[in-house]
Write a protein that binds this ligand. Sequence first.
Ligand code: N01
Length: 592
Amino acid sequence: MDRLVEFLAGACACFFGNVAAKLLSEKFTRKQLVEHNELLDDRARGQVLEACDVLIVGAGFAGMYMLHLARGLGLSAAVVETASGVGGTWFWNRYPGARCDVESMQYSYSFSEELQQEWHWSERYASQPEILAYANYVAKKFDLFRDMKFNTRVTSAVFQEEESRWLVSTDQGTQYRAKWCVMATGCLSAAQTPNIPGLETFKGGIYHTGNWPHEGIILSGQNVGVIGTGSSGIQVVPELAKQAKHLYVFQRTPNFSIPARNRPMDADYENSWKKNYRERRALARSMPAGILAQFGDKSALAVSAEERRREYERRWAAGGTSFMAAYPDLLRNAEANETAAEFVREKIRQAVENPTVAEPLVPVDHPIGAKRICADTSYFETFNRANVTLVDLRANPIRDISPDGIMAGSDFYELDSLVMATGFDAITGALSKIGVVGRQGFTLKEKWRDGPKTFLGLMSAGFPNLFIVTGPGSPSVLTNVIVAIEDNVKWIADCIAHILDVNADYIEAAASAEEAWMEQVRKTAEGTLYIQAKSWYLGGNVPGKPAVFMPYVGGLPNYQKICDEVAEDGYRGFDIGTRLKRTGRKMEAQGC
Ligand code: N01
């Protein structure tokens, strides 16, 4: 063995110089030798291997907080990010009008009292540039940049059973070997462009709202088409209408939207939050979406039509998505839901002057709120402008796209630019682009072929030491996602601390716990109206994606209680142990 080491050292000296030779001439265990040989092979291929305790994929709000907490545990950690900066979805979604629909006093980290006191939000709902500025401020304040690698896409994460380590490869030649891998890849980060015949032939600019050019684009004086009328479309349309010579809005499904009633931040309102942040954050965490809102406690059907109308009017005037909190059964009872839906339909008909234009804008094919409800600024009123045309794709479907425009039904729309507001391969999209290989060579893609499977959205059986932040099976997108992120990340950090405390090597979701949890997720969704809409919650917007309702609709407090109890109970439903490869468990036996 020693002679082999010497031989390799000599050979390596020829190829890689004296440093490597010196390393190898020292006493090495067999395992170290294998590792060093791999390292040298990697270098020969232009790869650089770095080691850390925690490798975090994504520098959005989840990745940033994970890095902060990992450091707090005394662990070495690195963040790898495709973008050239922090912010995650707020880095990419730079389209005109991009704005959060959760109030800015709440859409922010709560983990640092100093941070929440010193940051000032300028509007009721923060715009994308302000949220991005906040993300950069946080990264600077907590000195996060030094452990972040930008402009680098993670291509694969392969679990190495021998060492109980994740080998994470990137498109820049750097590889990371880490004990823990945290996928902070985001729920709405994989932009989805539909496969429309002829799209590639269009000779004008094509811009996706979820991947908007950073240099900004000027569409003034142009004929512009927007495909898609979800939250992004509803935000971008009023802004583009102000610039474009003519704007054509290609709508397949009309959507419910509530006026945001955005306004400059009121100093008294801001102060009242800053004085009471601790109590209000705690109260928000006790509410289903982790958002402090006024919740009605009676059925919509238990009050008179007049009282209901007053309540809807009050909420309409206040603005924002908490309209849906008027009655607790709006997403459980079709008849109750219809009262709110009909109220909003009436408002749309009032806002749009021409009834022939108004009618196709009225949503009739899904319960209000079953698709993510939108918050807008003058969206419906925009259709009163002379330079805006609604193209109803249900009556006139897109036939194809040619170099000069779109053919829908028997009409041709000549366009200079095309904006795709067509959404995301949500919740699982970003993860599925990474080749994740777990124990015994099993891939996450194969395992999730018929729909994602996780325990609590946090881990998936067969993939030890791999955590997902706001993964499928967690409330994620149904909440103020920063609250969901903070709770998940804190749980993961506590979990890692526990594994280290008990001197274990790994933690892995047990297949039986995972199955039971996914069944609970499915059953909880079935008791609601969510499943009556063909939405991105169900993967309905991505061809071939299994129709599985992905988020947990049982509410953030219930979910967090379950996560806490699981941890308190010694991580019930997880296998914890040492020297994984010796367990000899079979993937098949785990139901993977
Ligand atoms: O995406 P979407 P989004 N031909 O999937 C249409 C968050 N968000 O980017 O409904 C024609 O909702 C599609 O039509 P249809 C928020 O959680 C938040 O707007 O499938 N049309 C739909 O109209 C939100 O829910 C904020 O019939 C096609 C649209 O494209 C989530 O992100 C702001 C088509 C896609 O809507 C996603 O919103 C923005 C085709 N081939 C986003 N393919 C705020 O915080 C798709 N469409 C306010």
